[in-house]
Design a protein around this ligand. Structure first.
Ligand code: UDP
Length: 457
């Protein structure tokens, strides 16, 4: 049965295949919601690992693809990267089978416009193309980060990578404003380095093989990086972010968000609360958790802290040090998982201690909230560099995590003139984001172009 659009035309269908991690699922579902609102039917192919809940998206069709992956968050970034290779390998045959079956259903081939795949799913991009389905690649990081992906072989050839301890502060002349320490990093050493190199080469290949490239960013935030990306890629590039502000809210959260913290935040003074979250994957040692906790307590600052159950490496629960509750009574709230986009939009939040995953960075900037950056791996160091050095809307907390440094950094962000200036600049970023998504803003125009492009495929 062929579905019909409002004007009686064939309704076109977009297939999507997200990478099964929170930071990749969210933008893909926001994009799918946006395309659905523009009249496309949506079919979501997804891995069993971190499977999305179809009940949150009743208008979409869902097709699970077995991946043979163990449940639970990977313990390290190295294992995460292995997972990405595994998803590609294991999903190849079952995806081919399911996509072929979908295309064989009466009328479906004409209905399917394209597959939008996460840029880390090269194998599945190839499968779709072999079956005659055009692909678009969604990269869920920044434009700057993708430049880093493209430059990776050059950075290795020139000896910047693998990074040497003695050169960490050296500027990377070929890739400003990065220093060596800001470059994409996945652990250290030969094997891991090769793995990172392969990961990035595959993502660049997936993008280059596709009929278009979609980025969750906006022109005023990354004008130069977008211009360079466009110059270096011979294909249409669509900067359509910030997606969370454009797309109708539809939950793709893998953990249950605790809405109670919104009410608590509403009762706090404007710009008084430090929101603390390290995203869905980053973890720390028990000792680091204790230092973090005492730094927060000693700062005297009201806080909302997302204490993910698996935040502490090797522990079943993230347990706070004895005495922490009493020391912070009445001025803090702890939740297992928060409705982060809503949190960052509230006036009470005056700062965000973040690991600088791209979604968190973008959500903070677009909420007008300055950041205390504590990047851990991957693109997070590069994102922190932009926050601190380019947008000047935050500071980085580096080196060993000790309570005195934590306390000082919180005070600097939340209660200093310098912090107020960062808050002002973050508000400016929010205004720019609002302009980008307003009618005739840069992202709206990109979305129109994307819709036309999909219809032309
Ligand atoms: N998030 C959330 N609740 C939380 C913490 C995070 O809903 O308590 C969401 C957040 O809004 C973001 C995503 O999880 O969209 C995390 O993505 P990000 O790229 O920041 O980091 P990752 O988890 O990939 O390291």
């Amino acid at each position: 049965m062929i579905s019909m659009g409002t004007e009686g035309n064939l309704r076109r269908r977009v297939l999507v295949f997200p990478l099964p991690y929170q930071g990749h699922l969210n933008p893909m579902f926001q994009l799918a919601g946006l395309l659905h609102a523009r009249g496309f039917a949506i079919t979501v192919f997804h891995a069993h690992f971190n499977a999305p809940d179809p009940s949150g998206h009743p208008a979409f069709d869902f097709i699970p693809v077995p991946d043979g992956m163990p449940a639970g968050n990977p313990e390290s970034v190295e294992v995460t990267v292995e997972h990405i290779f595994t998803v590609n390998r294991a999903c190849e045959a079952p995806f081919r089978e399911r996509l072929a079956a979908l295309l064989d259903a009466p009328g479906r081939r004409a209905e399917v416009a394209c597959l939008v795949a996460d840029a880390h799913l090269l194998t599945l991009v190839n499968v779709a193309q072999q079956l005659g389905v055009p692909t678009l690649a969604l990269r869920t990081g920044s434009a700057a980060c993708f430049r880093n992906f493209m430059a990776y072989p050059m950075l290795c050839d020139k000896g910047y990578l693998p990074a040497q301890e003695s050169r960490l502060d050296e500027p990377v002349g070929e890739l400003p404003p990065y220093r060596v320490r800001d470059l994409m990093a996945i652990g250290n050493g030969g094997v891991v380095h090769d793995m990172a190199r392969r990961l990035m080469a595959r993502a660049v290949e997936a993008v280059r093989a596709s009929a278009g490239f979609i980025l969750n960013t906006f022109d005023a935030l990354e004008a130069d990086d977008l211009a360079t990306t466009r110059r270096d890629l011979a294909l249409p590039v669509f900067d359509i972010g910030p997606l969370h502000k454009i797309s109708p809210a539809a939950s793709s959260s893998l953990l249950t968000q605790d809405p109670g913290c919104l009410e608590w935040l509403d009762a706090q003074a404007p710009a008084s609360v430090l929101y603390i979250s390290f995203g869905s994957l980053a973890n720390m040692s028990g000792a680091e958790l204790a230092e973090t906790a005492w730094g927060i307590a000693d700062s005297g600052q009201p806080f909302l802290w997302v204490l993910r159950r698996d935040l502490v490496r090797g522990a079943a629960e993230a347990a706070l040090p004895a005495g922490f509750d009493e020391a912070t009574r009445g001025r803090g709230k702890i939740v297992g998982w928060a409705p982060q986009e809503d949190v960052l939009a509230l006036a009470a939040v005056g700062g965000f201690w973040t690991h600088c995953g791209w979604n968190s960075t973008l959500e903070s900037a677009c909420g007008g909230v300055p950041m205390l950056c504590r990047p851990c791996f991957g693109d997070q160091m590069g994102n922190a560099r932009y926050v601190e050095h380019v947008w000047r809307a935050g500071i980085t907390l580096d080196g060993e995590l000790v309570r005195g440094k934590v306390e000082a950094a919180i005070r600097r962000l939340m209660r200093s003139k310098e912090g107020d200036e960062m808050r002002e600049r973050a508000r400016e970023l929010k205004s720019r984001a609002d302009e980008a998504i307003a009618e005739d803003g840069s992202s709206r125009r990109s979305i129109d172009k994307l819709v036309d492009h999909i219809l032309s495929l």
